[in-house]
Design a protein around this ligand. Structure first.
Ligand SMILES: CC(C)[C@H](C(=O)O)[C@@H](O)C(=O)O
Ligand code: SF4
Length: 465
């Protein structure tokens, strides 16, 4: 058989029927639903008089529109309460497992899937959400879909898809001390541009990726869509297998060992051919932040804000971004005063992220005037963090310790950065108005966000006094 890339192996394993012209009907192993898309999909299924094909392969949780206020209930944010009820009732009526607020399993859909072992290496995974590519960090064939596709999956457990081209980003060398997967992701997007992966499935490979912990690989793949790719992938290895072992929905005993043997075959063949290959020197990556209104507006934290003219064809866009962000070209980005810090989102709200932020905070205090929030990605993350006392460390420092959900990443639950105020956020999108109308967002790692909270300005955590 011809040499195949990891993506080819995953794709081939799910083809039910080749439809020609690069199209295939794929089997879908896991369908995840959230509060924005879930209720409407169940309603459409009912309107068309269709039944669920495999309710046990679909899982639902409310994340986008739920309040993260301590002690919240579903109706703390009333619109979110209605979406939550529609999802819960649709799931119950059709036999789909729904993880309700306050129970283990609730959380940001891309956090709870892997942590429960619902998502496993080699599985095909869909959700009506562009960051479904996060799950590719385990070696799953995971991609975001639209709402009518979600109804198709509910009714048939299959989906018609066109195979994307294959791209490999090899990260050579090692990341330096204090440099994280988030910095690597922002660095790559800054170098290649936000459209570099359009039409491609991106495999992240090379020694710097192999050295990443599994949760960091989820962070890296989370940002594949900010390169324009619907799929991000890291080949599963022994650390993946160790991470997945013992997760509630993962197979057990002999079934796990058999699955693990299969997962070990999920790597690109040595002579696999890619449509595009890029090489990144990981040792060159520094803590990285964005200065503008696209994730590609990323620079090293010790660099200066660019002059729009230096952006060539993008000069006009860059000037508009600077105006929106209230920044001057050629000034160092470090030292920019900030008003908000948001540590959360499916990019960086796992236990390892909260530990990294806590390590920077230590016994220091949040700077006066800064509103700093920690929003754990899931109920399980929240409980694990509390068991380690991280919540106490954050609260004593002056952070708010909140309930799991998307919260201020997209502000769909009414939690917004006020107009004109500046936020350092561990999320993945800094678009105009993303954290609220007029809000100014700088994307960064949990360590950089924590350092900003302490210093009151954008600060390299490695230089924090
Ligand atoms: C609401 C949802 C459809 C959207 C997405 O697809 O990613 C959101 O999660 C986001 O991050 O912008
Ligand atoms: S945390 Fe943000 S990026 Fe992730 S699913 Fe929620 S809104 Fe989308």
């Amino acid at each position: 058989m011809a040499a195949r890339a990891l993506f080819d192996k995953l794709w081939d394993a799910h083809v039910v029927q080749d439809l020609g012209d690069g199209w295939a009907l794929l089997h879908i192993d896991r369908h995840l639903m959230h509060d924005l898309g879930g209720g409407p999909a169940f309603a459409e299924l009912a309107r068309r008089g269709l039944n669920l094909h495999d309710p046990e392969l679909t899982f639902a949780t409310a994340d986008h529109a739920v309040s993260s206020k301590p002690g919240r209930t579903a109706s703390t944010f009333p619109l979110g309460g209605r979406l939550h009820a529609a999802l819960r009732d649709g799931a119950r009526a059709s036999g789909v497992r729904f993880f309700d607020l306050g129970t283990a399993g609730q959380g940001i859909v891309h956090v709870m899937g892997p942590e429960l072992g619902i998502v496993l290496p080699g599985l095909s995974v869909v959700c009506t959400d562009s960051h479904t590519c996060t799950n590719g960090g385990l070696g799953a064939l995971a991609f975001g879909i639209g709402s009518s596709e979600s109804v198709h999956v509910l009714a048939t457990q299959t989906l018609r898809q066109q195979k994307p081209r294959r791209m490999r980003i090899r990260c050579e060398g090692r990341l330096g001390a204090g440099v994280t997967a988030k910095d690597l992701a922002l660095h790559i997007i800054g170098r290649l541009g936000a459209a570099a992966g359009v039409g491609h499935a991106i495999e992240f490979a090379g020694p710097a990726v192999e050295a990443l912990e599994v949760e960091a690989r989820l962070t890296l793949c989370n940002l594949a869509v900010e390169l324009g790719a619907r799929f991000g992938l890291v080949a599963p290895d022994e650390s993946t297998i160790a991470w997945v072992r013992g997760k509630p929905w993962a197979p057990e005993g002999a079934a796990f060992e058999a699955a693990a043997r299969d997962w070990r075959t999920l790597a690109s063949d040595a002579d696999a051919v890619f449509d595009r290959e890029v090489s990144i020197d990981a040792a060159q990556v520094r803590p990285t932040v964005t200065w503008g209104t696209s994730p590609e507006h990323a620079i090293a934290i010790d660099a200066c804000i660019p002059e729009p003219a230096s952006l060539g064809a993008r000069a006009e866009e860059g000037a508009a971004a600077l105006a929106y962000m209230g920044l001057q070209p050629n000034a160092p980005i470090a030292g920019t005063p900030i008003d908000w810090v948001f540590i959360g989102s499916c990019a960086n709200s796992r236990l390892s992220d909260l530990r990294a932020a806590a390590a920077v905070v230590g016994s220091r205090k949040v700077a006066p005037g800064v509103n700093a929030w920690v929003v754990p990605g899931s109920e399980i993350v929240k409980r694990e963090a509390e068991a380690e006392g991280l919540h106490r460390l954050f609260i004593e420092a002056g952070f708010q310790w909140r309930e799991p959900g998307c919260s201020m990443c997209v502000a769909a639950n009414g939690e917004q950065v006020p107009p004109g105020q500046r936020s350092v956020s561990t999320s993945n999108r800094n678009f105009v108005g993303r954290q609220g109308p007029g809000a100014r967002t700088h994307l960064a790692s949990p360590a950089v966000a924590a350092a900003a909270a302490i210093a009151g300005c954008i600060t390299d955590p490695r230089n924090l006094a």
